[in-house]
Write a protein that binds this ligand. Structure first.
Ligand SMILES: Nc1ncnc2c1ncn2[C@@H]1O[C@@H]2COP(=O)(O)O[C@H]2[C@H]1O
Ligand SMILES: [Zn+2]
Length: 868
């Protein structure tokens, strides 16, 4: 073992425990590197219904040829059902459809392509989709490709299309979500996923999708057959897939609208054709709402299933639950109504204006029919909720007209829920552990475990804050108000909807302007604070993110600019799914993402990296050897890997997308590395979600940030459960407890009864002691006592991210992002823990309720309610 004292100054960031583990890891055999570069270690392959029979004896064919042919013959119709094709092809709908289309368009003949390689390409792509994703799986790729095929048939488009453009459009469509992990970019950023770091939080998924697509082209051998066209083909695929970033929706919509208004699109022009193909792919990507109801409905359920699954992961990780992913406070109908209205309708209206064909009319009709069905379902749900509330509500409490109005639109997600704010905002002061909220703010924009100390804009219930956003979007004005434009007010009537949409549009374009300009601004010190995420709160060269002691040293040298050993070319890779529990996280963070050929680590889709060119030089040597099955993207075996990573943007290629200023910027910035961002980070903070046992007590207590569990080295027995605040020393509470989520680390053994009992035994002096100390995180904060009607509001009002509120008894169900407000102290030598309940005296139950923040368990709320 290497003692810390012997470590050179440059490496002193490792703790003693790190060195023990590093030493142990150094002696472990390294797994074999396959050059795979994926969002997961393992991916369960789809299980075909007849696999057990045909695997061994090939006695059964999974493909029902007659039916397949029948469906393929009709694949130009909008009523196409990808699920049916998936069934009759025995789970191979993607390669079956794509090979058929390559034949149909004459691409095999035109480019003299080997059909076996073509089949291999699409098989690889199919394999690259996660069959475990409810929505982002290969059937979605089939569906989008078929929609793209329909659009390519449109008179306005097809007459000018070139074979290369058709091929790029089909490959772009089928690979546009390749290796999608089933969670959105926000989640990847929040958990500091290796992809988010690699792409500097910009179009993280889309960058990964297009690179994976190029990897498949190489691995299938098709790229070699297409040598004369490769640069152009890859450039187009890249540009098409990057356009599917939902964050760029407004950017494209505004541009498209303007083109149509000014009648400036000339499809004889290559640039214009490419722009229309980008729009076509965007439309195809969100085409499911415009399909016949039975198909559309199925997709809706699937996409919400995936959202809710993400919500559960967020809950498990003690992250704020994304509004549309929170099954406890939203519904499929609400999500669909919002998505249809705010995302699909604006884009499809323009698409219809452009195409002006029978297909576009048909799609608009179906969209309208489907939207009405979801809205009817949403209204029925709301009526039921109202009914439940009325029957449960106190008799004297009338629901005012205003309440009714706000209820009607209360929980429908708006555009802000689907099209997230610019990533630049996420980089700002993102802290969860903030100070004392006011009653007004709690009533206005509070949701879940987001801090409630938000500044309120002058217009009541105006949205400018949503969950997971930085707390200060804009520099406050001298009056302390945010300068962010009001986006949406809730006190609207149906006649206000048009105006509202205008406002939403304005917000959207603001978003994209902000987004695209973010990179141009010099980074303030605030900008440099990395977004809240599990790994960001880990000590940088933590053992958890190392693959070997050699790699650790190398990564350390990359991160900290030291010269320990030869330059390192490997970044570490973590498992995205399932998200590890905070305390077992270290176990999951072992696989590596290979950056061996990553001469530079470019990213596309967004500007914003201020990284320097030099950093890539540090990433250039041996690769930790791991076996990660799946598609090769950045493999050293890839003959053109360096070109792949630094796409050849020749002047001619550049012209392809020259009308897209943002992508040009991206090309210019491709040589920027992500590493300096890590190196710049503020080293004075510990990271969250680290294995608590690996943190020194003093560090963990003083540097604790945000929502991760905290660890204490204090050794207490499970028998010494402290009764409420009575045994909770002020120093424990104030210095130990920080962050906005519960601090459960060890097992929780105490049931609700115990807690209730404990509540009743808390003494006022202890409570006062507790409140005397600076508060951070989600423990109740000091608020003025509430009047009874305010209390009623707090108890029953549901406040959404949108700032919309309604009184919903339902919301009294669990709303926290974590478990009970307990502090468990893991022992170093045994498993036992003790818990400290941060409780209050019974007579202060009003205050308790008023102080409710997201992480407080609902049981405690209920207790408080019952003693009112
Ligand atoms: N029916 C739907 N309801 C809600 N969101 C959807 C629906 N269809 C598509 N989306 C979202 O729109 C996104 C478009 O890009 P993705 O396919 O990456 O991910 C998609 C989903 O997040
Ligand atoms: Zn998609």
């Amino acid at each position: 073992m290497v003692a810390p004292v012997e470590v050179p100054a440059a490496q002193r960031r490792f703790s003693a425990e790190d060195w023990v583990l590093l030493d142990a890891m150094g002696s472990m055999p390294l797994p074999t590197c396959t050059g795979r570069f994926l969002t997961m270690h393992k991916r369960r392959r789809k299980k075909l219904t007849t696999r057990s029979l045909n695997q061994d004896h090939a006695i059964l064919d999974d493909i029902f040829h007659g039916q397949v042919q029948h469906i393929l013959n009709k694949c130009g119709l909008w009523g196409f059902n990808a699920f049916t094709l998936e069934t009759v092809t025995g789970g191979r709908s993607l390669p079956v459809l794509c090979v058929h289309l390559f034949h149909w368009y004459g691409l095999l003949d035109h480019f003299q392509l080997d059909v076996v390689r073509v089949w291999k390409l699409f098989s690889l792509i199919e394999e690259g989709y996660h069959s475990t994703n409810p929505y982002h799986n290969s059937i979605h790729a089939t569906d989008v490709t078929q929609a793209m095929h329909c659009f390519l048939q449109e008179r306005k488009i097809r007459q000018h299309l070139q074979p290369l453009e058709i091929m790029a459009a089909l490959i772009g469509a089928v690979a546009h979500d390749l290796d999608h992990p089933g969670v959105n970019q926000h989640f990847l950023i929040s958990t500091a996923n290796h992809l988010a770091i690699l792409y500097d939080n910009m179009s993280v998924l889309e960058n990964h999708h297009w690179r994976s697509a190029i990897g498949c082209l190489l691995e299938s051998g098709l790229a070699q057959q297409l040598t004369p066209y490769r640069n152009e083909l890859e450039t187009q695929i890249r540009s098409l897939i990057l356009a599917t970033d939902i964050n760029r929706q407004q950017e494209f919509l505004v541009k498209f609208k303007k083109h149509i208004d000014d009648d400036t699109l000339d499809l004889r022009n290559h640039e214009d054709r490419h722009f229309i193909l980008q729009i076509a792919l965007k439309c195809a990507d969100i085409s499911n709402p415009t399909r016949p109801w039975d198909i559309s409905h199925k997709w809706s359920l699937k996409v919400c299933d995936e959202f809710f699954r993400q919500g559960e992961f967020e809950r498990q990780l003690n992250l704020p639950v994304t509004s549309i992913c929170d099954q406890q406070s939203t519904s499929v109908a609400k999500i669909q109504s919002g998505f249809f209205r705010f995302v699909v309708t604006p884009l499809y209206s323009e698409w219809h204006r452009f195409l002006s064909s029978s297909l576009s009319r048909h799609m608009m009709n179906l969209l309208d029919i489907n939207r009405k069905k979801w809205e009817a379902q949403e209204a029925a749900e709301q009526a039921e909720e109202t009914h439940t509330e009325l029957s449960d509500a106190e008799p004297e409490r009338d629901i005012s007209e205003e309440d009714e109005l706000s209820k009607a639109v209360s929980d429908t997600p708006t555009i802000i829920d689907f099209i997230p704010p610019p990533t630049s905002m996420l980089k700002e002061n993102r802290r969860q552990s903030l100070a004392v909220p006011t009653v007004e703010s709690a009533l206005g924009v509070r949701r879940h475990s987001v801090p409630v100390n938000m500044e309120q804009p002058p217009i009541s219930r105006t949205i400018y804050r949503r969950e997971s956003l930085p707390n200060h979007r804009n520099t406050p004005t001298p009056s302390g108000r945010s300068t962010v434009s009001p986006v949406l007010t809730d006190s609207r009537t149906s006649s206000d909807h048009l105006r509202e949409e205008d406002e939403l549009m304005r917000f959207g374009s603001q978003s994209s302007i902000l987004s695209s300009s973010s990179g141009g601004h010099p980074k303030s010190s605030d900008d440099q604070e990395r977004p809240l995420s599990a790994e960001n709160l880990l000590p940088e060269p933590n053992i958890a993110s190392m693959t070997s002691s050699i790699a650790a040293g190398r990564l350390s040298s990359v991160l900290h600019g030291t010269s320990v050993g030869p330059p390192c070319k490997a970044l570490t890779r973590q498992q995205t799914f399932p998200p590890p529990q905070p305390y077992v996280r270290v176990r999951y963070m072992s696989a590596t993402v290979e950056m061996s050929t990553c001469k530079e680590t470019p990213h596309e889709g967004e500007s914003g990296s201020s990284s320097s060119h030099s950093s890539h030089e540090n990433i250039s040597s041996a690769v930790p050897q791991y076996s990660i099955p799946s598609i090769a993207v950045l493999s050293p075996n890839n003959s053109r890997a360096s070109e792949l990573l630094v796409p050849d943007i020749s002047p001619s290629n550049r012209s392809t997308i020259s009308n897209n200023k943002r992508e040009q910027e991206n090309c210019d910035k491709e040589k920027a590395s992500k590493i300096p961002k890590l190196a710049e980070s503020d080293q004075t903070f510990e990271k969250e979600n680290v294995d608590p046992r690996m943190l020194a007590t003093s560090n963990s207590l003083t540097r604790r940030r945000a929502s991760a569990p905290v660890s204490f080295s204090t050794v207490t027995s499970v028998d010494t459960i402290h009764p409420a605040g009575g045994a909770l020393r002020a120093t424990d509470v104030t210095s130990l407890r920080r962050g906005s989520v519960p601090v459960e680390i060890a097992r929780q053994r105490m049931d609700l009864e115990n807690r209730i009992e404990s509540i009743n035994t808390v003494s006022s002096s202890d409570t006062n002691n507790y409140h005397d100390h600076p508060r951070r995180g989600s423990a109740p904060t000091d608020l003025p006592p509430l009047k009874s009607n305010e209390r009623q509001n707090l108890l029953t009002r549901h406040v959404s991210l949108n700032g919309k509120s309604s009184r919903r008894k339902k919301q009294l169900r669990r709303r926290s992002s974590g478990g009970p407000e307990t502090v468990c102290l893991p022992e170093t030598s045994s498993e036992s823990c003790s818990r400290l309940l941060l409780l209050r005296q019974p007579e202060n139950s009003d205050v308790l309720l008023a102080r409710r923040r997201g992480s407080l368990p609902i049981e405690v709320l209920t207790v408080g309610h019952s003693v009112c």
